[in-house]
Design a protein. Structure first.
Length: 178
């Protein structure tokens, strides 16, 4: 009788252990699946190279999107709110990545900057040409809008807090970067 009780207790411990391990694996698989589905690794887990590439990808994506917004040359009043919304969402992404960069050593930050530069150079020339032409088109129509469009070319400063504090101290302050 004692032997059966011991076997049942051991079986119960084994089943409980396997269930707990399975739950951990399911949770890990869910997290990995969510990251894979979004196509991104959690920023806090990125290497300097990965972080720099992510910053560069945000830049290329935002330049592509602002160019697409200008494609049919909508009236400034129609385009302005769309450009502002795109800029706000881009800034949010870059500040999030910049906060991770701030936790790194100076050597790691230099690695981020190098990888960012390389990734930024991946803007297709047709996109950059269309971007420049669109920005130029709006200079005579609405200088403020043209300046807002032009700001996308230097938008990665939002992921480089030292640079942002020097170049746009009011923006840094607005974002709580001091």
């Amino acid at each position: 009788m004692r032997r059966k009780a011991w076997i049942w207790a051991l079986a119960l411990v084994i089943v409980a252990t396997l269930a707990a391990c399975g739950a951990d694996q399911d949770a890990a698989a869910t997290n990995e699946g969510a990251e894979a589905a979004s196509g991104q690794k959690a920023a806090a887990d990125m290497t300097p190279d990965e972080l720099g590439k992510a910053i560069g990808e945000v830049y290329v994506d935002s330049l592509t999107q602002v160019t697409d917004l200008m494609k049919d040359r909508p009236e400034p009043a129609e385009l302005q709110p769309k450009v502002e919304a795109l800029k706000a969402s881009t800034i949010e992404k870059l500040v999030t990545l910049g906060r991770v960069k701030e936790t790194m050593t100076s050597a790691e930050r230099a690695g981020v900057d190098g990888a960012t530069s390389i990734a930024m150079n991946k803007v297709p020339s047709a996109v950059f040409t269309a971007y420049a032409e669109g920005q130029s088109y709006y200079v005579s129509k609405d200088r403020d809008l043209a300046n807002e469009i032009a700001s996308f070319n230097i938008i990665t400063q939002y992921a480089s807090f030292d640079l942002l504090k020097k170049q746009a101290p009011d923006e840094a302050k607005r974002l709580g970067i001091e």
